[in-house]
Design a protein around this ligand. Structure first.
Ligand SMILES: NC(=O)c1ccc[n+]([C@@H]2O[C@H](COP(=O)([O-])OP(=O)(O)OC[C@H]3O[C@@H](n4cnc5c(N)ncnc54)[C@H](OP(=O)(O)O)[C@@H]3O)[C@@H](O)[C@H]2O)c1
Length: 305
């Protein structure tokens, strides 16, 4: 194929990942970024008419209902976005003869393993969010054979809500906090996911095809939320985002009950993506430095002259 330009629709363009996809879009992309206000993916008619009007050569879906605890009570909404909306996009893509890149989650797994999860491992979500995302994966693969699903984990960035920003906010209000130390996973910067997705889009542009199906991509090394918080505070102190660092206590999941049960083991193996497309996991500690520097720059810009 080797098309000079791909016209790429990004859905959910104002989320953490959507923002980074727009920011890192390569020069060979004609970008059509659609926020939830511009395209509600649960509106089947709007999906069909808007995409027909735009006539993209590739869809990247970063729209999702990501509120893990809220999903336990807003079950219908979680499935409407994470399963039905994904199916509507996939249905359009299949009919138009174009591929779709989609994003899913480590929370499709039960979390009782001790080795990194591969794409062949048996799923078994512990909550509604993970179950709705898994249903979306299945719905997409059923309607759109040329779809690629990238499962990612513990996403953070300078735009949107995430654990890094929560920790910084808490540290401004409190001198001591407890963070869960018995859940292991891989923090992953939204920017690194965007870059990995663009690498796949480029491979498609060059070759006219991809090895479709499910892939894992996450940052390295694996750690607990407690380790992640410690690193956030250490680095935030160094870059001058926090003047005093809070004391962090390791606590267990039982000591921090949440409406949705989280998997204890959320470590993904990115080996398949590396072997087939040469995409390397990014070191989340380096990515974190970048994000904290961006946040510091935002603070500086906000201060009156
Ligand atoms: N965040 C994580 O830690 C994490 C971990 C693993 C996997 N993932 C997956 O990674 C992907 C990107 O997540 P993210 O962190 O970027 O999430 P995010 O920041 O919550 O962004 C999701 C975006 O989707 C939009 N959206 C929600 N409902 C929509 C609808 N009906 N139609 C169109 N857009 C809609 C939201 O818009 P509004 O804000 O206007 O509703 C928001 O801009 C998702 O597939 C998510 O499941 C995330």
């Amino acid at each position: 194929m080797n098309q000079l330009k791909l016209r790429v629709v990004i859905t959910g363009a104002n989320g953490q990942l959507g923002y980074e996809l727009c920011r890192h879009a390569p020069a060979w992309v004609e970008l059509v970024a659609l926020s939830s206000a511009e395209l509600d993916i649960t509106d089947e008619q709007a999906v069909s008419s808007e995409l027909t009007r735009i006539d993209p050569t590739l869809i990247i879906n970063s729209a999702a209902f990501t509120a893990v605890d809220k999903a336990e009570t807003e079950v219908e909404k979680a499935y409407a976005v994470n399963r039905d909306g994904v199916a509507f996009l996939g249905h359009y893509a299949a009919g138009a003869g174009i591929p779709m890149l989609h994003v899913s989650t480590d929370y499709v797994f039960p979390g009782n393993a001790s080795e990194p999860y591969t794409e062949d491992d048996v799923t078994g979500p512990t909550g509604v969010y993970g179950a709705s995302k898994l249903a979306g994966e299945r719905a997409l693969l059923a309607v759109c054979p040329r779809s690629l699903i990238m499962r990612i984990s513990w996403v953070f960035g300078s735009h949107g809500s995430n654990f890094v920003k929560t920790m910084l906010r808490v540290a401004e209000a409190r001198s001591e906090l407890g963070v869960v130390s018995d859940q292991q996973g891989c923090p992953t910067s939204a920017a690194s996911v965007a870059i990995a997705l663009w690498a796949l889009a480029d491979a498609y542009r060059q070759q006219g095809d991809l090895q479709w199906g499910v892939y894992h991509y996450s940052g390295k090394p694996a750690c607990s939320w407690y380790d992640f918080a410690q690193e956030i505070f250490a680095q935030a102190g160094k870059v001058g985002l926090l003047s005093t660092l809070p004391a962090v206590n390791a606590i267990t999941t039982d000591q921090y009950p949440t409406p949705a049960q989280r998997p204890a083991w959320s470590v993904l193996s990115s080996e398949k993506l590396h072997a087939l497309y040469g995409v390397q996991p990014a070191d989340w500690r380096t990515e974190l430095t970048q994000v904290l520097e961006e946040l510091r720059a935002q603070c500086t810009h906000k201060k009156p002259a």
